[in-house]
Design a protein around this ligand. Sequence first.
Ligand code: HEC
Length: 451
Amino acid sequence: MNGFFAKLVLLAALPLAAQAGTCSRFDAKNSTAYDPAAKKITLPWRTDYPASIPSHPAYSWESISFKTSWRRYTDAVLKDVRDSGINIDSAGKIRMPAGSPWWIAPWMDYGSNGRERINGLTKERSPDPLDLSPTSPGGFDVWAIGWYNSEGAVGLGKVFADPCDPVLPARDAAGLKFPDKTVSFKMLFSNATGLDYLDGAPTVLAKIDKNSRAKRLKLLQVDIAIRDPDADETDWVMGTFIWKGPARGDGFLDNLVPVGLMWGNDPNVHDATWGAWAPIKQSRINKDLAGVLWQGAPGSWLHRPFPGFQGRLNGPADNMRSSCLSCHALAQWPRNPTLGIVPIYPVGPNGPQPPLSEADIEKNVSDYFRNTRGGDLVDPTFPARPLDYSMQLEAGLTRMCQACKEGKLTGPTPKLCAEAPTRYRVTAPACDLPLLRRVFMNRIEDDPPRQ
Ligand code: HEC
């Protein structure tokens, strides 16, 4: 082929050439990550999910027992993250060497909380007043990005073999399971000010508001999730770190201090007083952080008596009424309307410590703090498909169906959208925005699952 024709063929192919793992029927211009100056999405993150797990050295955590050596285990997971060369440059961009074995989940770049264009962060729950410190006001934002390792990427690749029409195992078949040794880590950043422990924390630049300039956000928390064959009650081990100043080294991960690790929800373990610690055995908590992330001296910081409910693990950015595993176990398609993402409580005179009877607390614990195996549903009486603790999968599917409903994804309706949560459900055979809605309103009020 001569040069002219080669160019012509190349040009003709361009509009169709979607990035591997992304849907070609979704115009990049409708992505929240679209950069108008570059006229494309410039995020460097991988979505070229491998079909099989590439051979790699054993992970550092594999030989360590999380039950007996939780600190060594969390450090080992972090070491693997660090060894992959992740960094933040002076322009506030997160960098990884090309070809690093970490992939992002698809379809999270749509809607009002979709991935922003500089680093690919998505909006998380905004912490309540007094969540982050005894004096922190509310009104701050938290934005985050998470990656999966090669095992996780194989899991994502199976679901998104056709990125325009993902598939999950049938409802009457065994539920979706990521391969063993799937690891995910997630970095959470915030514009919260006045937090002593974030003095000197590294910052990223994020375009979190369409109408104003990009803003600097500080690294607040790093979450890890490991599908560990030794976690025989839930299949998952989850842990978290905070960034704690003053800065100790050049490496931006050098200041991470483990908050804790959990591998179960301690079903039925509760204390009759809402704000007390119950005798929890399946979470390990770094007690040095009492007074920093939750109540120190008795009677102080009444708002936040514990990291997660009654001494289970959660990070500072998370809702203390839940735990890492209780919230993630509820990742499913569609969500069960009677079992929300976190228990809702009446607000009592002591702020969020509600005036609940012991029976109410017991009920809440038995509803939310169960131990559910990956691939099972927390409440099997509600017809849904489990997503094996992957909230990003749930958030991505939700946004994909929103894009279809709003006519931004074009062509045949993805099959899973017929089962989407009610407001994102599409039963029509093709994606489209109905004429009436096109005229009066072109957006569903946005509410994908959030922390
Ligand atoms: C109340 C709900 C909730 C709680 C509590 C929670 N998460 Fe998540 N998590 C989410 C949602 C929603 C997402 C997906 C959205 C996103 O990544 O922005 C997510 C994403 C993640 C991811 C990326 C992979 C995935 O599963 O989607 C990791 C890893 C993670 N969380 C770990 C943790 C850890 C560790 C804790 C506890 C310290 C925790 N989470 C507490 C809701 C929660």
